[in-house]
Design a protein around this ligand. Structure first.
Ligand code: CP
Length: 311
């Protein structure tokens, strides 16, 4: 299919055909990272700005590596070392970035909606690298790529997402994405961390983690996002780990072909035990590897052709 979308802002706006096109392109891109010389000239002369208002390890590095593997020039800057600390607004920062003629701006921001706002201010393509508690579409795409690679399909799978659903942009994007691709999504965790409206997105809810694990093809564990909680929504981490954490004993009741995922960063010993995180069912590091391929695919699809700025 002809990929005509200009921005990647959330999973809601992508069609199943567009998601499939991105995953297929990412599969092709993956081979480049396995070559002795991991670089192709495809995006030579293109400029990509990585604009991170929040800390990141995986997302920021993989966007940077993806740009470099395609020979684009990537420039990275963070809020703390920019004129934002002197009071410059997002609007003015965006207009100044645009004046330097980048081809793609990647933005992570603590405020939900910031990438959408940016996409209306600038003519450049915008990719959302995570906005507040709203969306993290590239994480969802790399998660879907990793599951599709391991299972050969997405349709019909039971995907259980367990943990702090309320504060997780990864959960929201994956609920949207996996359901759109025909999977069944179950969410589980403490009632204080599951928003009441989540069923409206089509996800099933259970507060019993063992129920969520039973028969699951994929178990995705989420970190408790303490930085987004006004008060801790569970008595102690130890208690949380005992009732909602994934450990070897709990995993013994899971499907023998189950895949264990986590977007990172891990809180080992809280939502996931080290032996499960590093065990034979874990595909956590495959997610990271595929993050580079998905981000290469997005750069290629958004900046690889000749686009009219008014598109
Ligand atoms: N998964 C994820 O977004 O990780 P980072 O915060 O390290 O980018």
């Amino acid at each position: 299919m002809l990929f005509t979308r200009k921005h990647i802002l959330d999973m809601d706006s992508l069609t199943p055909e567009e998601i499939t096109a991105i995953l297929d392109t990412a599969e092709n891109m993956k081979e480049i990272s396995e070559r002795p010389i991991k670089k192709v000239p495809t995006l030579r002369g293109k400029t990509i700005i990585l604009f991170f208002y929040e800390p990141s390890t995986r997302t920021r590095l993989s966007f940077d590596i993806a740009a470099k593997r395609l020979s684009a020039d990537s420039i990275s800057f963070s809020a703390g070392t920019s004129s934002i600390v002197k009071g410059e607004t997002l609007f003015d920062t965006a207009k100044n970035l645009e004046a330097m003629k980048p081809d793609v701006i990647v933005i992570r921001h603590s405020s939900a909606g910031a990438p959408h706002m940016l996409s209306k201010i600038v003519k450049t393509s915008v990719i959302n690298a995570g906005d507040g508690m709203h969306a993290h579409p590239t994480q969802s795409l790399l998660d879907m790529m990793t599951v599709r690679e391991a299972k050969g399909k997405l349709e019909g799978l039971k995907v259980s997402i367990i943990g702090d659903i309320s504060h997780s942009r990864v959960a929201l994007s994956n609920i949207n994405g996996f359901i759109k691709m025909g999977a069944e999504v179950v969410v589980s965790g403490p009632p204080t961390m599951i928003p009441p409206g989540i069923k409206n997105l089509g996800a099933h809810v259970t507060f019993d983690v063992d129920d969520a694990i039973s028969g699951a093809d994929v178990i995705m564990m989420l970190r408790i996002q303490k930085e987004r909680q006004e008060s801790f929504l569970f008595p102690t981490e130890r208690e949380y780990s005992r009732v909602f954490g994934l450990n070897k004993k709990r995993l013994s009741n899971a499907d023998p072909e189950v895949l264990i995922m986590h977007p990172g960063p891990l809180n080992r010993g809280v939502e996931i035990s080290p032996e499960v995180a590093d065990g034979p069912y874990s595909i956590i590091l495959d997610q990271v590897t595929n993050g580079v391929a998905v981000r290469m695919a997005l750069f290629l699809l958004l900046a690889g052709g000749v686009r009219n700025d008014d598109d």
